[in-house]
Structure formats: structure tokens, C-alpha cells
Design a protein around this ligand. Structure first.
Ligand SMILES: C[S@@+](CC[C@H](N)C(=O)[O-])C[C@H]1O[C@@H](n2cnc3c(N)ncnc32)[C@H](O)[C@@H]1O
Length: 753
């Protein structure tokens, strides 16, 4: 990052934006017409940076690390032959996955690692993934004399997956080979299985019904609020208003999720062997589908330069994904100016129909680049230039324009301008995707491969659901239809993210013609007007005048989660801190706000909150059962100082519950009354979460996992209403929904009977 900042500041000194910013094209045209010597120096700085980012690579070391991990996996599996446990098999899958990652481009090792992982995955019951690994192993040059083993495994997996065509194909292949007696017997058995499979009645494919009719329509306001969405009809609460599937997203913070479908739960991640373990796929199908993009990004991942570029990486994805659709409009154009004018024509046309293709919707998103600060603008210009330079120097991206009339230089100009344009649009339009992740796991570890968590594929062990209690932002994603919703601090929709798709539910009844709002910031329940005002002004460049912000008491709802009872014995009055004086510092418990005390508005005395540190102290010693009793009591005592659903009560409940579960996971045993205490505290926390965030929010579902774990272990009484929490899983991404439903069916449902 420092290196990039240094080069960008040197380039900034060479660059002049004479006459101010006009548009993306004019900016790069001006850059290209810098005095030759300056321009050369400018571009050399970028090229040198690219060179400096190259990382040393030692294939022999990769092979050695991979071999070590594979051998460890073999040992674990051999050990399990006597003890034969599913845990050991999964542990072997985990070690073989390490071997697959470490091998990188040492293909001999890579093929062995894939083959061994395929064997372990098959044994564990991940047949689709095992099948993929067999193909991976063969593709990487698995030794000829052993290929029949892999093909036999493919046939077994094809049988498990009820895939008659590929089972036949593999059996045909095996029949051509010289097999020993044992393999011959396996072949005969599989042939019998094939006959049985052929005679089985075909299973009906069930497909989830997708709502086709769009319930919103797009209108345009000539003023600042531009386009917006209104209800075409009355929409009742809970109904799906619209769904959208994104073709462009990028993982944030180098999260290892599938680059094609954004899956975060992977049992057999397949890394690109060339870019140092930074890009993975959940399947061969996804890898294939993403290859048209990755071929242009692989070298950049290898240099790890994309993580430096923030939103410009997503802008590059938009260019790579949409160019094939934009190109047919541009082929006849002969100059850069003509090409750019046509792109602008496409982006100016009004939204002709609800079903405009994604690339056109994206071209039409608003851009805020003209309102960006000079520093911000310069940064985005330099990023776009750097990416164009990268595409030119390290990929064959520009070859596709070779047969067209305009020159490569013209196309370079267009591509820089387009990256910059998308970056400017994404500043106001990009969305952030989240997922439930495992708490405290190394980035290169995969939750589905942790033996202490799983009893079989996608079925957690009893008491382990809370591993998924942590919601984290994992993608930056382009959803141009959702982007048409304007902001209000009380949103009309709740967006469920499912990989790279979103489903938007109505969170309240919406009448015919009413505007459908998204909320770009915290809502009026979770943030103050001032906090939202600053964020909206800074990022989206407008001042909110929504129904909540224009109320005479706009912070009333937010402040209802910050009501105190004064701790001074001669006061003891209920008060709400003055939001204007406190600004963001209502959350005084964060270290960054330590200097901002809370003052009672009745007696003007500063609150000491000694109970807070005592509470933290008790959390630190919650391994000790007597301290736990004190801790539960201290939690109940919070009612003395924190009124109703004070947000700190919810946060302290979370700290307490998390700390106790860490101890439980480490082997501390708790008696029934302690579990009842924990369940009581979680229920209270859930009530507070429901009041502030809603009972279908990710915050709610994440904390619900702890209660489900206690119920699953039959450690607390429950009731019919609580068991209906099963309905919440509808708001989860499908990969998580499957795990939650399995858990419910395995351990909780029986308690309804
Ligand atoms: C994601 S876009 C929303 C769609 C946009 N109106 C359009 O025409 O494409 C965000 C931009 O819309 C405008 N906008 C959104 N909500 C607004 C509001 N409540 N009041 C005024 N402008 C708003 C701002 O310019 C903001 O940067």
C-alpha cells in the first residue's frame, strides 16, 4: 500500500487537470497529450510499480510443502483405518486441501493432492466435489499407471450422484483397461449398479418458483433524486418485491470465497494454481464460468495489486464483463471520440423497460465523480490508468480490438475512461454483501473442513451452530436494479443476499404508487440523524429529507436505545444523553470514545459506569463457576442503569454469551441452571435485537444460533413459539439455509413432538 501511495503521489505531481474535471474521456485525453517526456516518466512510474509488485516464486518449495501436507493427510487416513472415524477423514480432506493450495503450479504434486483429496471427499460423502477432484487430478497429469484408480472413483461418484451418462462413460473407459482382479470385481459391481440405476424411476426436478412479475416501476425526477422506484400496486409486508442476480462482484479483504458464485461454504475449494492461492472456486463449473474474466486478472492477483485498488477493482470487473456486450455497438466507430460518444449515448437513453440488460443498467447508473474531492478524483484516475497499463502490459486484453478500425491507442483511452466511469458510478451505487462466517478462523481455513464441527456433509454436530454467529462483509457487488432505489432512513425493503443474488422483501405494507426506499446507512433506529447526514453527504452527496429526518424529534427512536437511569444516589432520574452534544459518543464504551463521558441531563453529573469494568472483569473469569453466577447477576443488575432495550445491554449480553460458549467449547461444563441463565440472557438479547434491527435481520439470526445450540442440547425449556424460529432461515443464503435446516431437523424438531 505504501509503495502504491508513493508512486501515485509522484504521478500526481506530473499530472495537471487543467481547466478542472470535464469527464472521464477528456481526462484521459488530456493525460495522453502531456508533453512526451512527462508522459513517458508518468507511465514508467506505473510500469516500475508493476515490476516491484512481482513476487518471488519457488516451485520446488511449493512442491515440498504440498508433499508434506499430503503425507500428513495420508497418515491421518491410515490412522483412521483402525479407529475409522468421520472426523479423521474430514481432517485428511483438510490437509489435502492444504496440499492442493501449497502445490500452486507444481503440477505433479498438485495432481497427487487432488487425487488424494478426491478419495477422502468420496469417503466422507462429498461426491460432487470428489468427482471434480478426480477430473482435476487427471487434468494435472496424474500418473498413467494409476489412472484406473481415479477413473474407478469417478464411476463411484457418478453412481452416487445418479449420473447415468458419466457412469456409463467411466465404465466404458475402465473396460478398455487391463485391471487386476480386485478392480475387475469393482467394475462388475458398478455395472450391476448402473443397470439398477437405469431401471429406477426418474426423480422429478423441483425448482423453486421465482416471482417473475416486477412489483416496482422506475420513475424519473428532474431534480437531484433522479430515478426512483415506486410500487406498481399495493405490496404487503413480507412479499418479494424484486430479485436480481449480479454478474460482477469482488471479494473484500482477500476473503477466499468462490469468485464465480460467492459461495463461502466450500468443502473442496479449487484454487487457481498460478496466482498464489488468492483465487478459489467452489467447483470446476464455476472455475470454467469465470475463466473469461480470470484470464485477464490472474497476473494482477499474482502481483496482489487488486487489493490496493478498492472500488476500481470492481470497476475493472464491470469492464471485463460488459465489454463483449458493449462492443457490437462500437465496432463501426473509427476514432476514440466516436466510440466514447456512442458509449455516452447508450448511457443517456432512458430506462426503456424493466428488463434492460445489466450492462445498460450499469452504464446508466449515476456517477458522483464530478462532485468528488480533488484527492479522490486523482486517486481514481491513477487507479484507472494503472489498470489500463496492466491490461496492456500483462494480458492480451487489447488483442480483441485488433481487427477494428480504431487504433489500440484509441481503445486504451476508452478502457481507462470506462474504468474511471464505472469507478465513479460505483462510489454511489456499489453494494456490500455479507455472509455468516466462522469466528476467529484463519483466512485460508475452510469451515466445512473442520472435523470438530461436522457429523456428516453439511450436518453440524450438536451444539455447534454458534460457529456461524458472525456476520461479515465479504463482497463489493454491482446490483444496478437495486441501485435504482433511493435512500430513506426507514427503508421499505429488507435485502437478502444469496451469493451474488439478492431478494428484496417488503418490510412493511407499501401502497400503490408509494416510493420504495433502500437505506444506504444505518437506519433511524440504529444511528443518529447527524451520523447519517454526514455519511450521506460525504459518500452520496445529498442531504436527506426523508420522513424520519424531517420529524421535529428525528433521533427519538435511536435515543430510545440509549436511555439511562442516573447512577448518582440523589438523582436516580431517567435521562437520555443530549445527542447534539454527544455526537457519535453515545457509544462511550468504545475505546475511541473514551474521552467523551455521558452526562446526566437532569443533575448534570458525569456518569462513572464503574459497573461496566466490573462486568468485563467477570467476563474475563467466566471459566470459574462462582464468577459465572456473579456475571449472570451483574447482567440482571444492568436494568438498574440501562433502561428497556438499551443497546449496551444487547452488546453486553453478546459478550457474556460468547465468552461462556468459548469456555463450553474448551470443555468447561455448566449445570442446568447456568444453561437456563444463558438462555434467558440470549432471549433478552434477541428481544433487544428484534426491537432495534428487526427479527429477520442478520444480527438477530446470528445471535439466535446460541439459543438453538442450547435447545438442541436439551439444556433449557422451550416453547412452541420459540420453535417457530425455523421460519427465520428463509432470510439466509441458500448455502447457510441448508446447514440451519439440517440442524433444526437433526436436533430441534424432535422437541416439538
Ligand atoms: C444509488 S443511486 C439511486 C438512484 C438514482 N436516483 C438514479 O437516478 O440512478 C444514489 C444517488 O441517488 C440520489 N439520491 C438517492 N436517494 C436520495 C434522496 N433521498 N434524496 C436525494 N437524492 C437521492 C443521490 O444522488 C445518490 O447519490
Amino acid at each position: 500500500m505504501e509503495l502504491l501511495a508513493k508512486v501515485f503521489s509522484q504521478q500526481d505531481e506530473l499530472m495537471t487537470l487543467d481547466g478542472g474535471y470535464k469527464d472521464e474521456f477528456e481526462t484521459f485525453k488530456a493525460l495522453a497529450s502531456m508533453p512526451a517526456e512527462k508522459l513517458q516518466r508518468f507511465q514508467q512510474l506505473g510500469l516500475k510499480l508493476m515490476q516491484d509488485l512481482e513476487q518471488p516464486h519457488d516451485r520446488n518449495k511449493c512442491a515440498e510443502r504440498s508433499r508434506n501436507l499430503r503425507e500428513k493427510g495420508n497418515l491421518v487416513l491410515r490412522g483412521s483405518a483402525t479407529g475409522s472415524s468421520q472426523d479423521a477423514v474430514l481432517n485428511a480432506c483438510r490437509l489435502y486441501t492444504g496440499a492442493v493450495f501449497e502445490a500452486e503450479d507444481a503440477v505433479d504434486e498438485l495432481s497427487l493432492a487432488f487425487a488424494n483429496r478426491g478419495m477422502a471427499l468420496q469417503e466422507y460423502g462429498y461426491y460432487r466435489e470428489a468427482y471434480d477432484d478426480c477430473v482435476n487430478a487427471l487434468e494435472c497429469g496424474y500418473p498413467e499407471r494409476l489412472r484406473h484408480k481415479v477413473i474407478m472413483r469417478q464411476a463411484y461418484c457418478a453412481w452416487e450422484l445418479k449420473n447415468i451418462a458419466s457412469l456409463e462413460e467411466h465404465l466404458d473407459c475402465l473396460e478398455q483397461l487391463q485391471l487386476n482382479e480386485s478392480f475387475q470385481q469393482q467394475l462388475e459391481k458398478l455395472k450391476q449398479k448402473l443397470d439398477l440405476l437405469k431401471n429406477q424411476p426418474k426423480e422429478q426436478e423441483t425448482q423453486e418458483k421465482v416471482e417473475e412479475k416486477a412489483l416496482g416501476e422506475i420513475l424519473t425526477d428532474s431534480g437531484q433524486r433522479g430515478r426512483y422506484m415506486v410500487a406498481k400496486d399495493t405490496i404487503s409486508k413480507g412479499k418479494v418485491i424484486f430479485s436480481e442476480r449480479a454478474s460482477c462482484f469482488v471479494p473484500l479483504e482477500q476473503h477466499l470465497i468462490c469468485q464465480q458464485c460467492a459461495a463461502s461454504l466450500m468443502s473442496a475449494p479449487i484454487p487457481c494454481p498460478k496466482c498464489h492461492q488468492r483465487v478459489v472456486y467452489c467447483s470446476r463449473k464455476c472455475r470454467e464460468a469465470h475463466s473469461a474474466i480470470h484470464k485477464f486478472e490472474c497476473a494482477a492477483y499474482r502481483k496482489n495489486l487488486l487489493k490496493l485498488l478498492g472500488v476500481s477493482h470492481l470497476a475493472l470487473r464491470l469492464v471485463l464483463s460488459y465489454i463483449p456486450y458493449i462492443m457490437p455497438h462500437l465496432e463501426e466507430r473509427t476514432t476514440a471520440k466516436d466510440i466514447w460518444d456512442e458509449i455516452m449515448n447508450l448511457s443517456r437513453k432512458p430506462e426503456a423497460s424493466e428488463i434492460s440488460p445489466e450492462y445498460l443498467r450499469s452504464l446508466r447508473m449515476v456517477s458522483l465523480l464530478d462532485q468528488a474531492s480533488k484527492a479522490e478524483l486523482t486517486y481514481h484516475i491513477l487507479c484507472a490508468n494503472f489498470l489500463q497499463l496492466y491490461l496492456k502490459g500483462h494480458t492480451d486484453f487489447f488483442d480483441q480490438f485488433g481487427s477494428l478500425s480504431a487504433s489500440t491507442e484509441d481503445w486504451q483511452l476508452i478502457i481507462s475512461s470506462l474504468i474511471l466511469r464505472f469507478a465513479g458510478q460505483l462510489l454511489a451505487n456499489a453494494h456490500v454483501g455479507y455472509a455468516l462466517l466462522a469466528v476467529g478462523m484463519e483466512p485460508n481455513e475452510f469451515i466445512l473442513l473442520q472435523p470438530d464441527l461436522w457429523q456428516k456433509p453439511r450436518h453440524l454436530k450438536r451444539g455447534k451452530l454458534h460457529i456461524l454467529s458472525h456476520s461479515e462483509n465479504i463482497t463489493a457487488i454491482n446490483l444496478p436494479y437495486l441501485s435504482l432505489c433511493n435512500h430513506a432512513c426507514e427503508p421499505s425493503i429488507r435485502t437478502k443476499l444469496d451469493g451474488c443474488s439478492v431478494v428484496n422483501y417488503a418490510v412493511k405494507d407499501i401502497s400503490d404508487g408509494e416510493e420504495i426506499f433502500n437505506c444506504y446507512t444505518g437506519t433511524y433506529m440504529t444511528s443518529s440523524k447527524l451520523q447519517r447526514f454526514e455519511a450521506l453527504k460525504e459518500i452520496y452527496k445529498f442531504e436527506c429529507a426523508c420522513a424520519k429526518c424531517t420529524k421535529t424529534d428525528p433521533d427519538q427512536n435511536y435515543l430510545s436505545f440509549h436511555r439511562y437511569r442516573c447512577e448518582k444516589p440523589n438523582c436516580r432520574q431517567e435521562f437520555i444523553p443530549d445527542a447534539r452534544v454527544q455526537r457519535n459518543n453515545l457509544i462511550w464504551w468504545l475505546a475511541s470514545n473514551a474521552e467523551n463521558p455521558i452526562i446526566c441531563t437532569v443533575c448534570q453529573e458525569r456518569q462513572d459506569f464503574a459497573w461496566y469494568n466490573e462486568f468485563l472483569g467477570l467476563i474475563g473469569s467466566c471459566a470459574d463457576s462462582s464468577k459465572r453466577q456473579d456475571l449472570f447477576k451483574a447482567f440482571d443488575d444492568l436494568d438498574k442503569w440501562l433502561v428497556d432495550y438499551h443497546s449496551l445491554k444487547r452488546i453486553m449480553a453478546a459478550e457474556l454469551v460468547t465468552a461462556c460458549f468459548i469456555k463450553i467449547d474448551e470443555g468447561t461444563s455448566m449445570d442446568e441452571s447456568e444453561y437456563e441463565d444463558l438462555a434467558r440472557i440470549i432471549r433478552k438479547q434477541l428481544e433487544g435485537t428484534a426491537a432495534q434491527y428487526g427479527d429477520t435481520s442478520m444480527e438477530y439470526i446470528a445471535r439466535m444460533t446460541y439459543l438453538w445450540d442450547i435447545i438442541a442440547q436439551k439444556k433449557c425449556r422451550t416453547n412452541e413459539k420459540e420453535l417457530q424460529m425455523k421460519g427465520k432461515v428463509k432470510y439466509l443464503a441458500s448455502e447457510h439455509r441448508e446447514v440451519f435446516l439440517n440442524y433444526y431437523n437433526d436436533f430441534i424438531e424432535q422437541q416439538c413432538k
